[in-house]
Design a protein around this ligand. Structure first.
Ligand code: AHM
Ligand code: MG
Length: 284
């Protein structure tokens, strides 16, 4: 019997060599903007169109939603699965040739949905090596993607290490609330700063070395920067499946349902102790 989730994972992996190769020569901005009002790179549009075509080609997939387009795209057919993607998260790192990646979440039923409805999630990380991390049935697997799009598992059951080591928080410091700034001053005396400007890469540091990543609500933008459906849900699902925790500042991101497809959220993921302390600090 065919496995639709495995088909989605294979389809995303199959785009990786093409995306990697297509990044060269697509470092300039398009004239357009995404539904969040951010300028798009040619590379964002390129990755989005590749993912749309390969994912909607799967019989079981009936809907494709992406950070780079307004509505959910529907395929003809009888499929029941919806895939939400951030095709190139951290693409502003392309100009400076730093890491970025592709995020995806698979839902059984229409979008937007609660994070609790996720069947599987994952990301491709374009670092010096192309890797893929997938969370499914409470198990997180890390693979290397080869040049033909095939995968080799390198970590069978990825879990956060016992000791937290690194932290990274987005947003300009004067825009942080006093409560959040107080929390960060505690964290920075305990952990080492790692912030590269691409959530997938920064969270992969947390998965590897332990710690916490966050993009908080800001004074002039309490909803923060990152999108709940395209960034929050999949990254929370991965980190929670790896034994960590997630939060929007009050509760797990997986317990949150966006009212709008492109809704933003404050986002924190990492070791449970640091996420618990964050929630306590923000409630004071
Ligand atoms: P993007 O999806 O348009 O690339 O934006 C999301 C990215 C995240 O990967 C990253 O954590 C954040 O934006 C960085 O923002 P900033 O440049 O404000 O630090
Ligand atoms: Mg993004």
């Amino acid at each position: 019997m065919s496995d639709p989730i495995a088909a989605v994972v294979d389809a995303v992996a199959s785009t990786a060599p093409d995306v990697r190769e297509g990044l060269v020569g697509r470092r300039t901005y398009e004239a357009g903007a995404n539904p969040s009002g951010e300028r798009q790179l040619e590379a964002d549009v390129y990755a989005d169109e590749l993912l749309e075509a390969r994912l909607l080609d799967i019989d079981a997939v009936t809907g494709y939603a992406s950070e780079e387009r307004e509505p959910v795209v529907r395929a003809d057919g009888e499929g029941q699965y919806f895939v939400a993607t951030d095709p190139l998260d951290g693409s502003s790192n392309l100009r400076s040739n730093n890491a970025m990646g592709t995020l995806f979440g698979v839902y059984d039923g229409t979008l937007p949905a609660s994070g609790d409805d996720l069947l599987a999630s994952g990301f491709v990380l374009y670092g010096p090596i192309t890797t893929m991390v997938v969370a499914r049935d409470g198990v997180v697997t890390e693979s290397v993607i080869d040049g033909d799009g095939s995968r080799r598992v390198v970590t069978e059951n990825l879990t956060l290490p016992d000791e937290p080591t690194v932290y990274g928080f987005g947003g300009r410091v004067p825009q942080w609330t006093d409560a959040f700034a107080d929390y960060v001053s505690e964290v920075e005396s305990e952990l080492k700063l790692r912030y590269g400007g691409a959530m997938i890469a920064d969270v992969n540091q947390v998965l590897t070395y332990g710690g916490i990543f966050g993009y908080p609500g800001l004074r002039e933008r309490p909803e923060g920067k990152l999108r709940l459906l395209f960034e929050g849900h999949p990254i929370a699902h991965i980190v929670e499946s790896a034994g960590g925790a997630s939060s929007n500042g009050e509760r797990s991101l997986l317990a949150c349902t966006p009212e709008e497809l492109h809704e933003r959220t404050p986002l924190f993921v990492g070791h449970e102790t640091y996420v618990d302390r964050l929630e306590a600090a923000l409630s004071r």
